[in-house]
Design a protein around this ligand. Structure first.
Ligand SMILES: *Cc1c(COP(=O)(O)O)cnc(C)c1O
Length: 409
């Protein structure tokens, strides 16, 4: 008989052998004291830690405006949505949130999904049903959820070198002139912290009659006058055909969405299996996200504080010769380690000895030899936390003999 157990053991063994077996940190975030959290060790003992790798970039996950809205929605409407959007799952907050999101991105309509992953997967797969013969041009560093959606549909696809517009143009030029085409890319790339050339990409796409699909997951709430993302910052909101975002990162709650022309949203709404056949987001989440988005729109000083904290951490690490990857022109602070064993070791020591939590980023998330630690300072990471972090890193860099750059003042 088939030995199922060994097959599963072999699957886990393979991951272990490659040094990418993951152990999750068991954390309880402390509302009102983020980025502090309490970690539970395997033996059950507890440790206070400062989280340095959360994607709750602005601490909206603990903002009283958000928490009050969520509690109030539970009190008014209960726990779950009760069904799919089609079957009694369309709650008032979902409708209001979609309107708010559409207006934020200056689009006619928006559509909620249960996560950003699902939004990408469902939309990119469904576009291929709606546009037979679609050819998708995908940036080499696109997120796994975009790749999943593109593959799921099975259409012809071409991967262009990361942010390489000449390569994109070569590929577009080689495709049949009349075929429907889509260029799929991100604004802020979360591992290198670089930002795509939106204007340039749009310009090339338009020249070849291609639609544009932009993932602003790591930019929404964080860039632009009202926080609508890099497309707002760069003044090109009206030139992107489909914008995709999450409500789980800077918005601090959970869920995903697309924003686009009404007819595009209507078509996806009508055809996307990953939208139609799943229970919709519960009132507490949509109400919390709505409150968060309204707050983000009205409070640009949060974005300024966020950028200032990121710049400060980059400066302080640079001052002790710790190499922040030059690629980063965003709020993401990737620190180059360049070796998987060192990377994991430094991360373990930061946690156990210093109560500093930052997870190692190893292959296959990033190429071998570019292993790194990825810090995401928020407005709530104060000077004392930064001092503690930089001192701990400085000590460990010496102890573990990690290469440094000449210190920059
Ligand atoms: C996190 C992430 C997603 C998925 O969003 P979730 O709401 O977490 O599912 C999509 N795209 C990118 C680039 C991401 O980093």
């Amino acid at each position: 008989m088939y030995d199922y157990k060994s097959a599963f053991e072999a699957a886990v063994g393979k991951v272990r052998e490659e040094g990418r077996y993951r152990v999750f940190a068991d954390l309880k975030r402390v509302a009102g004291r983020f980025p502090r959290a309490v970690r539970r060790r395997e033996d059950g003992s507890e440790q206070d830690v400062v989280v340095w790798c959360s994607n709750d970039y602005l601490g909206m996950g603990q903002h009283p405006v958000v928490l009050d809205a969520m509690k109030s929605a539970v009190d008014q409407a209960g726990a779950g949505a009760g069904g799919t959007r089609n079957i009694s799952g369309t709650t008032r907050w979902a409708v209001d949130l979609e309107r708010e999101l559409a207006a934020w991105h200056r689009k006619e309509a928006a559509l909620l999904f249960t996560s950003g992953y699902v939004a990408n997967e469902a939309t990119l797969a469904t576009l291929q049903k709606i546009l037979p013969g679609l050819i998708i041009f995908s940036d080499a560093l696109n997120h796994a959820s975009m790749i999943a959606g593109i593959r799921h549909g099975g259409c012809e696809r071409h991967v262009f070198r990361h942010n390489d517009l000449e390569h994109l143009e070569t590929l577009l030029a080689a495709a049949p002139k009349d075929a429907p085409k889509l260029v799929a890319f991100e604004s802020v790339y979360s591992m290198d912290g670089d930002i795509a050339d939106l204007k340039g990409t749009i310009e090339v796409a338009r020249r070849y009659g291609a639609m544009t699909y932009l993932d602003e997951v790591h930019a929404v709430g964080l860039y632009g006058e009202t926080g609508a993302g890099i497309a707002e910052r760069d003044g090109v909101l009206d030139q992107i055909d489909i914008i995709e975002c999450t409500l789980g990162k800077a918005v601090g709650v959970m869920g995903g969405y697309i924003a686009a022309d009404a007819v595009i949203v209507d078509a996806i709404r009508s055809w996307a299996s990953g939208f139609i056949f799943t229970t919709s987001l519960p009132p507490a989440l949509t109400a919390g996200a709505l409150a968060s988005v309204r707050h983000l729109k009205a409070n640009p000083q949060l974005r300024a504080a966020h950028q200032a904290r990121a710049a400060e951490l980059k400066r302080r690490l640079g001052a002790v010769g710790i190499q922040v990857m030059e690629s980063s022109t965003s709020h993401i602070v990737p620190v180059f380690v360049g070796d998987p064993v060192h990377c994991k070791m430094v991360s373990d020591m930061l946690l156990e000895e210093f109560g500093i939590y930052v997870q190692p980023i190893n292959y296959p998330t990033v190429p071998r030899g570019t292993e790194r630690l990825r810090f995401t300072p928020s407005p709530d990471h104060d000077d004392a936390m930064m001092d503690a972090l930089v001192q701990a890193m400085d000590a460990l860099w010496t102890r573990c003999n990690v290469a440094r750059l000449p210190a920059v003042a």
